[in-house]
Design a protein around this ligand. Structure first.
Ligand code: NAD
Ligand code: MG
Length: 383
């Protein structure tokens, strides 16, 4: 019996994790955390009866406390509340499904408490992989990726890591695949929120349209699998059936396939190293007919190269890429900037930042704040 904490339980990954829990049967939910959606969190509390629930927003936490006063669930608040959810004695795995750098502190708390991590929150490794990976090693913690590409890479490597030559990380190409910069300049958030293959939270959906998501995932893979970013090759694969591949030193390529359904990598992480019940529709390759592959158009979508550059500089630079992106995406979702401006704002923040090597968590938090400030200033200057 696995006992889990679901951090970010009201989001896309969080709700799908609870769906997998329903199917698996012998996973117990000890704690849930959310930012502000207390209506859904209350429903989850009544169904899963967790010992603790945390709401980051203090006012909403106070409201939830009153709403669930008739249950045995203890309601906590703030980042500390999420940290307590992650590190509670009874928990043996934390599912990190918070979006953005907000997931970093609770993930670190879970690792320090020796909990295995089902990692959806890629921003944790993007911003602080240099700290988080050694910390996991020190505490004997398994980090099992939930991101579909990384789950595929993890499964494909199996116990053959020492033979690994390259990673071929697949990308759907997003809703704007094949378009020109002129076309992109007219795209609104409504266009960008229509992903062809996956239904996800708003931030990652925009990241998929800009290809920032693939950039973040290359940095995530660098930390998870210990390969330099030049050996992690993005390949556009429109059908999202092969979730990624690895190439071994003899030239053999192994990949993992499945329907595009996040419940598959979530279930894999929850049942690792075993596998149990079916959690998605079976894959029907005849119905799909063909699988296609293309190069990334780096001229139109500069984000992958920007991420590789940030990874090579290292230190606090990936946190600046991430922080500037989070701020720019928030602005784009509020009609505060254009689609192409997202990458320009990231580039501007990276340009201004002098990276600090071997950073502490405080240095990373500071770099994140600085990056957001630069984006805000540029947006204000312009309006
Ligand atoms: P989402 O926006 O649907 O949900 C985010 C969750 O985080 C919510 O429960 C919300 O309450 C919580 N949250 C938001 N801001 C918070 C804050 N400041 N403090 C604490 N909690 C906060 O996001 P999502 O699409 O589920 O993505 C979650 C993470 O998983 C992201 O890092 C994303 O990159 C990664 N991921 C998602 C998918 C997907 O299919 N959705 C696939 C791969 C990776
Ligand atoms: Mg992914």
């Amino acid at each position: 019996m696995k006992t889990i904490a679901v951090l970010g339980s009201t989001g896309s990954i969080g709700t799908q994790t609870l769906d997998v829990v329903d199917k698996e049967g012998d996973v117990r939910v000890h704690s849930l955390s959310a930012h502000s959606n207390i209506g859904l969190l209350e429903e989850q509390i009544r169904k899963y009866k967790p010992a603790i629930a945390a709401v980051t927003d203090e006012k909403k936490a106070a409201e939830l406390k009153i709403a669930v006063a008739d249950t045995n669930t203890r309601v906590l608040s703030g980042v500390e509340g999420a940290e307590e959810c992650a590190s509670a004695k009874e928990v043996n795995m934390a599912v990190t499904a918070i979006v953005g750098i907000a997931g970093l502190r609770p993930t670190i708390a879970a690792i320090k408490a020796g909990k295995d991590i089902a990692l959806a929150n890629k921003e944790t490794l993007v911003t602080a992989g240099e700290i988080v990976m050694p910390l996991a090693l020190e505490h004997g913690v398994n980090i099992v990726p939930v991101d579909s590409e990384h789950s595929a890479i993890f499964q494909s490597i199996a116990d053959q890591g020492k033979f690994l030559r390259r990673i071929l990380i697949t990308a759907s190409g997003g809703p704007f695949f094949g378009m020109s910069r002129d076309e992109l300049s007219r795209k609104t958030r409504f266009d960008a929120l229509k992903h062809p293959n996956w239904s996800m939270g708003a931030k990652i959906t925009i990241d998929s349209a800009t290809l920032v998501n693939k950039g973040l995932e290359i940095i995530e893979a660098q930390h998870l699998f210990g390969l330099g970013v030049d050996r992690i090759i993005p390949v556009v694969h429109r059908e999202s059936i092969i979730h990624s591949m690895v190439e071994f030193c003899d030239g053999s390529v192994i990949g993992q396939m499945g329907v595009p359904d996040m419940r598959l990598p979530i279930a894999y992480a929850l049942t690792y190293p075993g596998r149990r019940v079916p959690v998605s529709e079976p894959l029907d390759l005849v119905k799909i007919g063909k699988l296609t592959f293309f190069d990334i158009d780096n001229e139109t979508f500069p984000a992958v190269n920007m991420a590789k550059k940030a990874a090579k500089i290292g230190g606090t630079m990936p946190a600046v890429l991430n922080g500037a992106n989070e701020e720019a995406v928030a602005a784009f979702l509020n009609d505060g900037c254009g689609f192409l401006e997202i990458a320009e704002l990231i580039a501007a923040a990276m340009e201004k930042h002098k990276a600090k090597q071997n950073p502490t968590i405080e240095d990373i938090a500071q770099a994140d704040i600085e990056a957001r400030q630069i984006v805000k200033e540029r947006l204000e200057m312009r309006s």
